[in-house]
Design a protein around this ligand. Structure first.
Ligand SMILES: NC(=O)CC[C@H](N)C(=O)O
Length: 203
């Protein structure tokens, strides 16, 4: 496949940082605000921000159903933080009227880490990205509370309050989601991982 064209859902959130990270990972990156723009991209990033607002704007701009349809048709999507919430089939602590795109068979708890710690940073072992931990920036971040059998867990963090660990990165088919924000660091390995997913989906 030629250089993949990856859209960043540009309704709200840290769009610019994703455009920069995608370009650094050798993709062509552009903003997506309208259904016509969605039709023109090979894949989509849903950024961090505020999932309740993003959900409202996606409905208002007529993007929710077109994104769902592309996801069902196999379009690769990467969601960070609020974007992870958008990709969850089920959410906890959402607003009553909050809709998600869905696609990953998981239950995500909104602001889960936020209750303990508004924001923090941590080195994370990420399956498939080699020995060197990924630098995880967490900002009022969700965690994944439950995953279905088809979901691959790529990264977990030890819980602050007990022996359990919290799932913070997952993949199901062409969908990738992280609780944290690699776009806010200079380490583009997660974006490169996504670009490779897009390239193999296009083959
Ligand atoms: N940094 C983020 O994307 C925060 C997510 C936000 N707490 C939400 O519920 O959407």
């Amino acid at each position: 496949m030629s250089t993949p064209v990856i859209g960043v859902l540009a309704l709200q959130g840290d769009v610019r940082e994703h455009l920069i990270a995608l370009a650094a990972a050798d993709a062509i990156a552009r903003e997506v605000r309208r259904p016509e723009e969605l039709a023109d991209v090979d894949a989509l990033v849903i950024p961090g921000g505020e999932s309740t607002t993003m959900s409202k704007l996606a409905l208002l701009f007529g993007l929710m159903d077109p994104i769902r349809a592309r996801v069902r048709a196999g379009m690769p999507v990467y969601g960070t933080c609020a974007g992870m919430i958008m990709l969850a089939d089920k959410i906890l602590d959402g607003r009553d009227d909050q809709e998600t795109v869905g696609g990953i068979d998981m239950t995500v708890r909104r602001n889960a880490f936020g209750r303990q710690n508004e924001s923090f940073e941590s080195g994370i072992a990420f399956d498939g990205l080699g020995e060197e931990p990924v630098h995880g920036v967490f900002i009022r971040a969700p965690w994944v509370e439950e995953v279905g059998a088809g979901v691959q867990v790529l990264a977990e963090l030890p819980a602050a309050d007990g022996p359990d660990s919290r799932i913070v990165a997952v993949r199901q088919g062409n969908l990738l989601a992280t609780s944290f924000h690699p776009e806010l660091t200079g380490d583009h390995r997660v974006h490169e991982y996504f670009v490779r997913m897009v390239e193999s989906a296009g083959r």
